[in-house]
Design a protein around this ligand. Structure first.
Ligand code: ADP
Length: 439
């Protein structure tokens, strides 16, 4: 047993407390026994003295002096070996049994009685050396001294066994917890079905392990997806550079290669920035200054920014803004959100199509009439790096990497807004941002 374990401490405390209680109990038993014996002895001595005095007065009337002496000795002999009797008269009478000095003992007791007889005043002392009482008390003391440690020892062993039994589940939980690491977070602690604190502890730990497992899972998935996504632009950059370096080329060709490298680098930079933003909001480190923002103005600004892309794909973007829709938010972040939605609407529209943006009070919606989203993809489009297969093959999707909607959702949440998508495959999609005001 380890010296600082709860089991050891419980056993020691239990043993000490029990030994103390037993010692107190033993002491009290011994003292009350002694008191009782003393009371009984005094009672006996008083009775003996009375009987002796009566006997003496009766015999003194009938007997001669030597006969009286013998009668009194015979009376005293019947009292017991530890007893003594002294009778003294003020006119010189003296009787002493046994002859010689008073027998003395540790628990010696005596009673005194005075009486007058035949004109003489007598003092009678009846006593005992108390040896019998001492013997009885010694025996009791020995018994208690021997039994108390024995009982404490047996009870202590029982206590140790009980505490080991009670704490065994804790040991099992400790061993199981020690074997759980980041590599086997799916393992769970054994839950004893006892309905007690230990069961609750194990359940709470398992709940925590579950949360940790899903958090670690999300993080690893995120890291794996991020590395995977970064590999593509890196491979493009490397191939372009290697091809350009393979042999001497025209300056135009080098320019093309460098332009391709610059485009990929820009794509990578955007991805890394998005990742950084998401990582910051994950760790709640994002500090975004908030201010009143007129959503209508922002929509007009973003539409103007995407003018080139809309032109390229010959898409007409219509803005319907009945309200200014002023919200409290971070202008740059909200701009980003609208950029993601509008960029997607343009990317996933058919060439020559149409996009409609509506601004109402506390609500913005972006509707397109493009490829739409399949029912099975719809619940997953807000996941990080999720891209529907169709999107990958769509003409305008070259610049996407599946972080846009995840970013838009994070921004919406930070602004107390909710973003929802409705779509029919083949006929278009509508993304709606609604401010619920609970940020
Ligand atoms: P991406 O960079 O691929 O656009 P997003 O996170 O913005 O990444 O979008 C995730 C996926 O959701 C897209 O790959 C696409 O499959 C789907 N999606 C988003 N917006 C639209 C839309 N307006 N029309 C059709 N599909 C869309």
């Amino acid at each position: 047993m380890r010296t600082r374990s709860i089991r050891f401490q419980l056993t020691v405390w239990y043993g000490v407390a029990l030994a103390g209680a037993l010692a107190l109990f033993g002491g009290l038993v011994w003292l009350s026994m002694r008191q009782r014996l003393v009371a009984e002895l005094d009672e006996d001595l008083r009775g003996d003295a009375q009987r002796f005095a009566a006997y003496f007065q009766r015999e003194a009337e009938e007997e001669t002096a030597s006969g009286l002496q013998t009668e009194m000795e015979e009376f005293c002999q019947g009292l017991g070996s530890s007893r003594f009797m002294r009778l003294k008269g003020d006119q010189g009478f003296a009787f002493s049994f046994p002859p010689g000095p008073v027998p003395n003992g540790r628990d010696g007791r005596s009673v005194e009685q005075r009486f007058s007889f035949g004109g003489e005043r007598f003092i009678l002392v009846a006593g005992t050396s108390g040896n019998e009482m001492s013997h009885t008390l010694d025996l009791l003391g020995l018994l208690l001294l021997g039994l108390i440690p024995l009982v404490a020892l047996v009870a202590g062993a029982g206590g140790a066994w009980l505490s080991r039994k009670a704490l065994r589940p804790v040991d099992e939980i400790t061993t199981a917890a020690r074997s759980i690491g980041i590599e086997n977070l799916s393992r769970r602690l054994p839950v004893p079905q006892t309905g007690d604190e230990i069961q609750r502890l194990a359940e709470v730990w398992n709940g925590m392990l579950g949360r940790l497992e899903s958090a670690v899972g999300t993080l690893s998935q995120f890291a794996a997806d991020a590395s995977h996504e970064l590999r593509t632009p890196l491979a493009v950059i490397r191939t372009s550079a290697e091809l350009a370096l393979r042999r001497a080329r025209e300056p135009e060709s080098y320019r093309d290669s460098l332009a391709e490298i610059a485009a990929e680098t820009e794509r990578m930079t955007r991805m890394v920035e998005d990742l950084l933003f998401l990582a910051r909001t994950d760790s709640r480190a994002a500090s975004m200054p908030m201010e009143p923002v007129a959503v209508r103005d922002l929509v007009v600004e973003v539409v103007a920014e995407l003018h080139d892309l809309a032109d390229l794909r010959q898409i007409a973007v219509g803005v319907e803004a009945a309200e200014v829709c002023v919200v409290t938010g971070n202008r740059a972040a909200l701009r980003r959100l609208l950029l993601v939605l509008l960029d997607n609407a343009l990317k996933y529209s058919h060439v020559g199509g149409r996009v409609a943006v509506r601004v109402l009070d506390g609500l913005v919606s972006v509707q397109d009439f493009g490829i739409g989203i399949a029912g099975e993809d719809l619940p997953r489009i807000f996941q990080r790096f999720y891209r529907a297969d169709k999107a990958r093959t769509n003409d305008g999707s070259g610049s996407g990497y599946g972080l846009g909607l995840s970013l838009a959702e994070t921004i919406a949440k930070l602004h107390g807004a909710e973003i929802t998508a409705t779509s029919r495959e083949g006929s278009g999609s509508t993304f709606t941002v609604a401010w619920t005001g609970e940020n």
